[in-house]
Design a protein around this ligand. Structure first.
Ligand code: DC
Length: 220
């Protein structure tokens, strides 16, 4: 059986991963997976259950026993994977400033990352994927031939977040994401790096789609 194709899109916070990964998934008819949303869901769940986010063992214990399920849903022409917890997808709750402030803490727990790897690899049950995150090309699907790394200048990324109404210390989140011991944010070997500081999302996604189509044609 032919293995599903995985397009890995990693990069810094607010580098346009979500917007572009969705555009690429729509254009190719692939399933979109937001792995950051999965970490956010765990952070939100820890807050709900009043688990001390600085206690790695307590966070890992909750992650071991929470009741989750992967679901593929279609909305506005985009098929996307959701991680449900107790049958619920906390779409709005995972974007609050409280969850955003908590997420880097759960994302640095080794046992959490091992759990996430298993669940994220399971997503290929839904078919070809466009998966965005921080360690997709380095750790989750290192075997994929389709690795991309998005970045933009810090001022540009901060301006994009502010335009979305979110004030966030991106430099601090970059530092935490890049300096954690387990699967830190870094450019995967063979990844195509795209700095989109001066590019629109149409230009960035256009570049990604052209590159993917070229590589797909070479594989035939
Ligand atoms: O992409 P995002 O802002 O929703 O990600 C939320 C946090 O989760 C971010 O601080 C980094 C972390 N993350 C990660 O460590 N690995 C991933 N594959 C995705 C996100």
């Amino acid at each position: 059986m032919k293995q599903p194709i995985v397009i890995a899109i990693d990069g810094t916070s607010a580098s346009g991963k979500s917007t572009n990964a969705k555009l690429v998934a729509k254009a190719l008819g692939y399933v979109y997976v937001d792995t950051g949303a999965m970490y956010r869901t765990l952070a939100w769940y820890c807050l709900q259950k009043r688990v001390d986010l600085h206690d790695d063992n307590a966070v890992a214990a909750l992650c071991r026993k929470w009741k989750t399920k992967l679901e593929c849903v279609e909305k506005n022409g985009l098929r996307a994977v959701h991680l449900l917890v107790d049958g619920y997808f906390p779409e709005k709750e995972i974007r609050t400033s409280e969850t955003t402030a908590a997420v880097a803490l759960v994302a640095q727990v080794k046992k959490v990352r091992v759990w996430m790897k298993r669940v994220q690899r399971d997503c290929i049950q839904f078919g070809n994927l466009v998966m965005e995150g921080r360690d997709i090309g380095t750790n989750i699907f290192p075997e994929t031939e389709f690795k991309f790394f998005l970045d933009a200048k810090l001022e540009e990324r901060s301006a994009r977040r502010a335009a979305d109404g979110v004030q966030e210390n991106l430099a601090e989140r970059d530092r935490r994401d890049s300096s954690r011991a387990t699967s830190p944010l870094m450019v995967a070997l063979g990844a195509k790096v795209i700095n989109n500081s001066h590019m629109t999302s149409e230009q960035t996604s256009g570049l990604l789609i052209a590159e993917i189509q070229k590589r797909l044609a070479e594989k035939k």
